[in-house]
Ligand binder design. Structure first.
Ligand SMILES: Cc1cc2nc3c(=O)[nH]c(=O)nc-3n(C[C@H](O)[C@H](O)[C@H](O)COP(=O)(O)OP(=O)(O)OC[C@H]3O[C@@H](n4cnc5c(N)ncnc54)[C@H](O)[C@@H]3O)c2cc1C
Length: 359
């Protein structure tokens, strides 16, 4: 077994993790005060808040991504491709699953990586709340690959419609979840449908796009002040989006969504963006104290409540503020948590204690 021994291992090079390794690389890695290792299951970082633009084809993930290995070389940290799937706290070792190519040939075998300090920053995935039919029939926007799959389906839909001279025919897209993802995606889809003529789909216009944005709660953007949510709703309605508040979905089928009141909302393309949870395997590890969304509970230093050598940040972290509210899963929160963990790790490196830690 090949065991390497970096001191600070960060799993997940997303909004929080990439910022953290970049800062640690310059503060500790450059002066050889610590080895910083970033592990990610992808070779390239794409800023997740831009995934709805990848989905609509407004940006090209190949051009807008950051290649981890090149970034690591410039910022004094190391990068290892791998998917974290287990941990042994006693030996301070994590396991990275074997990696296979599309034909099933091994690219990398299972590996074990030792850490002195570990930072878990693996983000979140969509939460379908076990709603029947969602996994089988909906697109999610959790990763670049998923956003690209949605984009292919969208282009196929637009191309099909372009061939059809009947202007009454439209592409129906239903999006569940009136949070930032659903709202941004709805608006971006109209923006793209406006541009299609420039790309040769002369038969297309925004009028041939029907979008239903479905929200179970009383209003879209529930995490934002009411003034902003109302103004966003006004703009969406102006574009032509059917904003459906107070509408709970109980099932997804091949033909669309079925609401709690048994109404069928027909759709050619369905998207599920109704909340997030940390990946399910975290629960299977049986190590951490978790919320019902699999988020790892931490103390005020962002150390996991079960092991002070393991820090957690971003969407997979459950941090309760002094007012009792949980920090929301946002890029802004991941950024602030990355800053906090960076300061704490630098302090630890100097003093070997956490007494001066930033909470
Ligand atoms: C379409 C969309 C729009 C959004 N818009 C906004 C917005 O406008 N404003 C805002 O504040 N937030 C927005 N968000 C939310 C924001 O993207 C997240 O809150 C933020 O990215 C969380 O950062 P993170 O570092 O915790 O995780 P992520 O940025 O998701 O990064 C997680 C990283 O971990 C890696 N990873 C996952 N599992 C493993 C594993 N087992 N092993 C190794 N690596 C792993 C992933 O490859 C990824 O690189 C949006 C999200 C989406 C999907």
């Amino acid at each position: 077994m090949n065991i390497i021994t970096p001191k600070i291992v960060v799993i997940g090079g997303g909004a929080g993790g990439l910022e953290l390794v970049t800062q640690l690389g310059h503060k500790l890695g450059k002066k050889k005060q610590a080895d910083i290792l970033l592990i990610d299951k992808n070779r390239t970082h794409i800023w997740k808040p831009l995934l709805h633009e990848v989905a609509t084809g407004s940006i090209d993930s190949d051009l807008d991504g950051v290649v981890y290995s090149a970034h690591a070389a410039q910022h004094h940290y190391h990068f290892q491709l791998g998917e974290f799937d287990n941990i042994d706290q006693k030996t301070k070792t994590i396991t990275l699953a074997a990696l296979y190519d599309e034909s099933g040939h091994t690219i990398l075998p299972e590996r074990h990586v030792h850490y002195d300090h570990l930072v878990i920053a693996i983000g979140s995935i969509s939460n379908d709340f076990n709603t029947p039919g969602v996994k089988e029939n909906c697109y999610f926007l959790d990763s670049t690959q998923q956003a690209q799959r949605f984009q292919h389906s969208l282009l196929d839909g637009f191309t099909r419609l372009h061939q059809d001279d009947n202007q009454q025919q439209a592409l129906n897209i239903a999006i569940v979840g009136g949070g930032a993802t659903g709202v941004e995606l709805s608006a971006e889809l109209y923006h793209v449908s406006n541009l299609l003529k420039l790309y040769g789909l002369t038969n297309m216009s925004p009028k041939r796009l029907h979008i239903h944005l479905i929200e179970a709660g009383p209003r879209i953007l529930p995490a934002l002040p009411e003034r902003i949510a109302s103004s966003a709703k006004r703009e969406l309605l102006k574009l032509g989006v059917h904003v459906r508040e107070h509408t709970q979905v109980k099932e997804a089928t091949k033909y669309g969504f079925i609401t709690k009141d048994d109404e069928q909302i027909e759709a050619d393309i369905m998207v599920w963006a109704a909340g997030v949870k940390a990946p399910d395997f975290i629960k299977d590890l049986g190590v951490f104290e978790l919320t019902s969304n699999n988020q790892i509970r931490v103390n005020k230093f962002l150390q996991s409540t079960v092991d002070d050598r393991i820090f957690v940040l971003g969407d997979c972290c459950a941090f309760t503020q002094t007012d009792g509210k949980q920090v929301p899963p946002r890029a802004q929160s991941a950024h602030q948590m990355a800053k906090c963990v960076e300061k704490n790790l630098c302090t630890r490196q100097k003093t070997k204690k956490l007494t001066k830690d930033k909470a």
